[in-house]
Design a protein. Sequence first.
Length: 202
Amino acid sequence: MIISNISFEKKKFLVSFDNGEEIKISEDTLVNFGLYKGQEVEEEFVENLKFEDEKSEALLLSYKFLQRNKTKHQLVDYLYKNKIQRDIIDIILPILEEKNYLNDEDYARRYLSDALNIKKYGKIKTRYMLMSKGIDKKIIEKVMEDYDYELEYMNALELIEKRISKDETDPKIINSAKNYLQGRGYEFEIINFTLDDYLGVE
């Protein structure tokens, strides 16, 4: 089996063989395999070429996607949408993790920091958001061990101050503030404690 021609078509190289078979590959794959016109190859070479080209394409897609902090689950979904096969995904995930392009624990710690310092979410919502992004439960539990409860209290107090005055007595307004904090993922215990503290309830 001989390579009869190599031509460039729409960001890909078209490799033609003397048996009429053709395959489109990236420039990286072409260079890595050192392909040239007139080269003789084995029959199974085409399948190996397809596999390695898809692997190379999957890595390139991953590098671009991971320029913004993403989880393993988000990356897998993205690769599926781009029609990358599962066996290719299983091969490149360890490569990306080894090179630290993909690190779910690091992602979770960054998210926790943002949730507390920027978004001012409560513990419940923070945990829920991490789960929704496909973070493993063991990683979530490990990261949540460092949860800053004092900062959570300060955040809840700041949010309450924006909703009601210190001398508020109307139950409806107070309940509205409670519902607001609940919607931001605060636990009932921290909500009640912070409100009682703010309103001076003994």
